[in-house]
Design a protein around this ligand. Structure first.
Ligand code: ATP
Length: 297
């Protein structure tokens, strides 16, 4: 099922072009990461699809229809660091929100606090919470009313490693429970670890979009070495004329995509051509190197 579709979205702030014709689709069950350096337009994009901002061009739809009040009831968002009343407990803060925003019922509060792992501290004043706990309380608030989609902007910003791990695990758990999650992040590591899909933005333009593993698999390098590198190089270049093959530091490197790679087959082909390999390895480029190549000027 389609959750969100954005088509040719453009937005400018005066002369600053924050988004330029961005299109992509998010499907049910995905953890979709908008990835890009600071200023690439992630927050602007999330602002538009939550109707906080207006696009100059383009359209978006939620659940297959142009956004309306009903669709927003099914979306939980945290776009800014939320302010809680410091003297009120986590529970009372949620109760207040539930009342003001009319999302969910009182019974939901206990459940969302349990989901984010704050049951034991539900009665403590919010001012005694760590930053990670405050972020989890914010997620609990966004989960009131049992939304289908959760939108998070830089969910682990400012957290220590333990807090980061907790939020990442929580995101994965929420997906298990059937939520679709859309998050913005400038951290490659974050997108690589938690997201199923990603859209890479640079200066408001969409550079790449797809499954994280597919974007990653565009960067497979195979290393081979044999007694005569010249012979090996010529043989491979003849055999795979369209593939990029180079000689570096006593190894031959071949760039391939994941579905082209079968090491056993490669070994057999070389052996049958009278070449014995003494080194054969597959190296996966990290999303970081793919990202750097994509966002390179
Ligand atoms: P960050 O992670 O730093 O928030 P981002 O990828 O979310 O970055 P945006 O905040 O969407 O990017 O900003 C995109 C561009 O639009 C930037 O050049 C930014 O300076 C500009 N911009 C954003 N909001 C405004 C505004 N209210 N007025 C003018 N320019 C703005």
């Amino acid at each position: 099922m389609q959750i969100l579709e954005v088509e040719h979205l453009s937005k400018n702030y005066g002369r600053i072009q924050a988004l330029q014709g961005v299109s992509f689709e998010v499907k049910e069950g995905e953890i979709f990461g908008l990835l890009g350096p600071n200023g690439s337009g992630k927050t602007t994009l999330l602002g538009i699809v939550t109707s906080i901002l207006k696009a100059n061009k383009g359209t978006f739809s939620w659940f297959g229809v142009r956004a309306n009040t009903h669709s927003f009831k099914q979306i939980g968002t945290i776009l800014e660091t939320p302010n809680f009343y410091p003297h009120l407990s986590g529970y009372d803060n949620l109760a207040l929100r539930q009342k003001i925003h009319q999302r969910g019922s009182k019974n939901d509060i206990v459940e969302v606090l349990r989901l984010v792992g704050l049951s034991e501290r539900a009665k403590s004043p919010a001012k005694t919470y760590s930053l990670g706990m405050k972020q989890r309380l914010a997620i609990a608030a966004a989960l009131l009313g049992n939304p289908k989609v959760l939108i998070l902007d830089e969910p682990t910003n400012g957290l220590d490693p333990v807090g980061i791990a907790e939020i990442r695990n929580l995101i994965l758990e929420l997906r298990q429970r059937g939520l679709t999650i859309i998050l913005a992040s400038h951290l490659l590591d974050e997108v690589e670890k938690v997201c199923t899909h990603t859209a890479i933005l640079k200066k408001g333009e969409l550079l790449a979009c797809g499954k994280v593993e597919e974007i990653l698999s565009k960067g497979i390098t195979i290393e081979l070495a044999s007694e005569s590198l010249e012979k090996l190089h010529d043989f491979l270049q003849n055999r795979f004329p369209l593939v990029s093959i180079s000689k570096e530091n006593e190894v031959i490197k071949i760039q391939m995509s994941e579905n082209q790679v079968d090491l056993a087959e490669l070994n057999r082909i070389c052996f049958e051509a009278g070449i014995t390999l003494h080194h054969l390895a597959k190296r996966r480029k990290s999303l970081e190197s793919v990202f750097l190549e994509l966002t390179d000027n």
